[in-house]
Design a protein around this ligand. Sequence first.
Ligand SMILES: *[C@@H]1O[C@H](CO)[C@@H](O)[C@H](O)[C@H]1NC(C)=O
Ligand SMILES: *[C@@H]1O[C@H](CO)[C@@H](O)[C@H](O)[C@H]1NC(C)=O
Length: 478
Amino acid sequence: MLFNRDGVIPASWAWKRILRFVVIFLAVAGFATLLWPSPKHHATPLRAHSNITISAQVKCDPDADMLHRLDIKKLADYTRREIVVETNSDPLAIKQKVEQPLWDTKLQGPFSQEAELVQDGCSVSTPLTLQVPVPPKTVDASHIDFGVATTVSRLNESLDQFAHWAGYTRTRIFALIEPDETKIALQQVKIKAENMGINLFVTESQDDYLHRYFALISILESNMREQTKWGCIIDDDTFFVSMPALVDALAEYDDTKSYYIGGLSEGLPQIAVFGMIAFGGAGVFLSRPLLTDLGTVYDQCQQMTFTGDRRIANCIYQYTTTRLTVDHRLHQLDLMKDASGFFESGREAPLSVHHWKSWFTADMPKLSVISDLCGETCLLRQWQFADGWILTNGFSVIKYSLPTEPGDIAMEMTWEPHNGATDESYLHELGPLRRKDDDKISYQLTDALSEPNGRVTQWYILRDKDGDKVLELSWRKR
Ligand SMILES: *[C@@H]1O[C@H](CO)[C@@H](O)[C@H](O)[C@H]1NC(C)=O
Ligand SMILES: *[C@@H]1O[C@H](CO)[C@@H](O)[C@H](O)[C@H]1NC(C)=O
């Protein structure tokens, strides 16, 4: 019976219902608590931004597409700072000291509290002003021809880096590639090269890589034109930091004499294995008289035992009296895993680098984007700030755990020994050397964009499992 005489629900029945409801509620809630994914424990609450977790410490709303591009899953900190460059016609040291701190904290500097909280909460309000040399003019490099043995797809991938040094300099690049059935692909690559100002000439060859490599001698020799002074054989990952610097460096040699110029390996064990040769990745430079001589013995040399850069060396040593001239600014970079010590050394920028997308990672095309704003002489230039942080332009923003002595020119040995190398194995090319700083804090260049308004933006990132930290540097001219 539902109702009693008075037409009301009996009290005991109502209590039972409430009790049952409470029991069910507790059971469901209990299950839910057990089964629900437990929230991760963070010191600070996190915001979700599509798939990206953003720490509450980030006081602005960074663009989601940009964070995806930078491959950030968790963002712990985002700082943006503007840099104004001032050109200076006085000779400037590669390493400069700056009186201001890089990280503008409320505790440092004569900056008011309000000025800190500008616009979006991530930007440091006061720009940094940095001195750079007057950028070199575009050079005419029509007296240098380059030869590279590669494949269509690698050639396509290499165009960005070729564009940096070869674009609009009137140099020529001769590529010897494997026959490719997709002629359309080759046509696309040629059009792309043309749009980048690269004079690209492609020949197909049935030979394997190391035979094709030597065949470049014949291609360079038979294509010499009136103004040709140098032929240079490169790998498809040989990168020249500055064509103006390369042209100046070659001008130090008498191109009417027979010259075989190159770089040795940075590791002695590699030299023990491969010999006293110009290591191919650094670029092998042959003067016109030497190229002409090699043309007359090409067939004999084609029969020699060794291949690749060793065959070039043996051919020169067996058939001419020319010997290797080592130019220590040309770099094979036989450095494993971490070459940051080389790039952060604060020494004169190298002419060439190699292995930057295999043995170690340094995105050279992205590194060189800043040259759009301040020229090739701006690359790898170093500024040490009042707070001890060091910007190596295009490469990293770091702080050593132990401050270095003023005037210390030693290079930090960050790489792993290769092929049984000891510390001494690297001295002949890279000394003075010092031990690796295991507690160095390092933001690495991850991306850089040149904007139509003339600005260049660089993103340096410190990767961390607890969230990545980003430093965005936005560069403009005064
Ligand atoms: C989130 O990640 C999933 C897979 O990981 C992907 O399919 C989806 O497109 C991502 N969403 C956004 C907004 O990026
Ligand atoms: C060349 O590379 C671009 C990306 O840089 C790619 O979109 C294009 O499909 C590639 N072309 C060929 C022929 O491999």
